[in-house]
Design a protein around this ligand. Structure first.
Ligand SMILES: [Cu+2]
Length: 273
């Protein structure tokens, strides 16, 4: 400590060491100061390294994304705020409760519930964009009697897949959602009227070669469906967690080499009217 201070004094004196300070009083030779000065030196490279890491972390975070809104509405107004609303980071454990709606505050809903007509198309917006390769899917679940879209937790085997995209196969595996800022979701015209949760899911597969490597980007919007024919009878409902396994062929997959010749999305088939 004392030596460090002496080093600073030495440095601030402009380089010329005058043997009048405490060092001389303790009869410590000048060369002893050097190791202590050396201790201070590594601070500079260390700071540079941490700065570099921070920049890299920021770059990685920028590559992630959220699904914070539907249609032309404010972020997190009709979509339940997700835990990654700042970090943009993914869910990687398919058995985690986060795999359902990735909620920042489980047990509380979004401020509003958005009314949408059955048979229309609803934009589910990504922020900033879907910057990783992988499949996009949308699931819907009808809110049970006695609850609302704002209060229901979405538990049980209640989710139906209503949207699923497919990769282009060939020289490489590419995805229609790559770079997209919005996904147009057809709201089935056969739905019953009432409140629903609408769950968007993008699975990033760029590092999915081993179990736990796939990244799930998820949101749940609160909607009220009107004008539906009511003839919808779901066949393949699933729960979250429960629908997926970490080793499902559509979740644990090397999309780069060898280039896959087919792709099986995880979860149930898309329901049709
Ligand atoms: Cu990312």
């Amino acid at each position: 400590m004392k030596h460090d201070l002496d080093f600073l004094r030495l440095k601030s004196s402009g380089g010329g060491y005058s043997p009048r300070g405490p060092l001389e009083a303790q009869n410590v030779p000048l060369r002893v100061v050097l190791p202590s000065a050396y201790k201070l030196k590594p601070v500079t490279p260390k700071m540079k390294l941490s700065t570099t890491l921070a920049v890299l972390a920021a770059a990685a975070a920028e590559a992630h994304y959220t699904f914070p809104s539907i249609a032309n509405t404010p972020d997190w107004q009709y979509v339940r705020q997700t835990s990654n609303y700042q970090s943009n980071g993914p869910v990687t454990n398919v058995n985690s409760p986060d795999i359902r709606c990735y909620q920042l505050r489980p047990g509380s809903g979004a401020p509003g519930t958005y009314t949408v007509a059955a048979g229309s198309t609803l934009a589910y917006n990504a922020k900033a964009s879907i910057s990783h390769p992988g499949p996009m899917a949308v699931y819907i679940a009808k809110v049970p009697a006695g609850q609302t879209a704002a209060t229901w937790d979405g538990s049980g085997k209640v989710w139906s897949k209503i949207y699923q995209d497919r990769p282009n196969l060939g020289g490489s595996m590419t995805w229609p959602s790559n770079g997209a800022r919005s996904i147009n979701v057809p709201i089935p015209r056969c739905l019953q009227n009432g409140d629903y949760l609408l769950r968007a899911e993008h699975i990033a597969l760029h590092s999915a070669g081993s179990a736990g490597g796939a990244q799930f980007y998820i949101s749940c919007a609160q909607i009220t469906v009107t004008g539906g024919s009511g003839t919808y009878s779901p066949r393949n409902q699933v729960s979250f967690p429960g629908a997926y396994s970490a080793t499902d062929p559509g979740i644990m997959i090397n999309i780069y080499y060898p280039v896959p010749t087919s792709y099986t999305p995880p979860g149930p088939a898309v329901e049709t009217c």
